[in-house]
Design a protein around this ligand. Sequence first.
Ligand SMILES: Nc1ncnc2c1ncn2[C@@H]1O[C@H](COP(=O)(O)OP(=O)(O)OP(=O)(O)O)[C@@H](O)[C@H]1O
Ligand SMILES: [Mg+2]
Length: 246
Amino acid sequence: MKPNAPAHSASSKSTGAQTLALSLEGIDKSFQDSAQTVQVLHQAHLAVAQRERVALLGPSGSGKTTLLNIAAGLESADRGQVLIAGQDLTPLDERARSLLRRRHLGFIFQSFNLFPQLTAAANIRVSLRLNGLRDRQWQDYQQELMQRMGIAKLAQRYPHQLSGGEQQRVAIARALVHRPALVLADEPTGNLDQAHAAEVLAILEEVSGDCGLLLVTHSQRAARLCHRVLTMVNGTPQASVASDDE
Ligand SMILES: Nc1ncnc2c1ncn2[C@@H]1O[C@H](COP(=O)(O)OP(=O)(O)OP(=O)(O)O)[C@@H](O)[C@H]1O
Ligand SMILES: [Mg+2]
């Protein structure tokens, strides 16, 4: 049984009747190195609807990870507004941001980032524990998700006993099990061979249905599983057409 999704805030920002999973408006971000100031994001705009999958492409250094970090509230923008599940991050202190992140976000990284001392099942359970979701229905949902993702049989293994593709499936389950509004994925197939990458992408497409997904990738194959494809151009995501290579 699927537990109810969290209620969104009454002050949520909506498009029509629907709250956006993510809204970035007018984001500027510069970094200072020893010699100069480099503007990475310039008037960046991006909206991800609930249940929408958006791919973000762009050359190395174009600001994709910076944009994800700002969307997650891990990094501050110089200017602009970030709303997650309709809630404005800007006025929140670090503690409030962290709570919002915990409840409404899931992260998937290129390097899996599992806790090495925890089993696969315990790694996934972390997302439930952090949110105080201890009810039977959440435990059942975790079990159901692991079954759907083909990792139930790996529950008691530790990360070092798993292949890269298996580790990434565990990491995806951890990102999704608390039913966040938004999942941010930074090159989730970057460390996998083609066969494992295809398998992980198919699973991500299948199980991410209830969330908004922002998928940073260099892979046209990964981009094709998304509803929209954007490319970083001059510091902001712009609509683009996925090409047929790869
Ligand atoms: N903390 C920082 N201090 C200084 N410069 C930074 C910092 N973080 C990122 N940058 C610079 O900002 C630019 C964008 O970096 P970012 O990591 O967002 O790129 P990216 O599009 O994710 O690249 P890749 O595809 O290689 O992961 C780069 O030129 C990078 O060197
Ligand atoms: Mg990056």
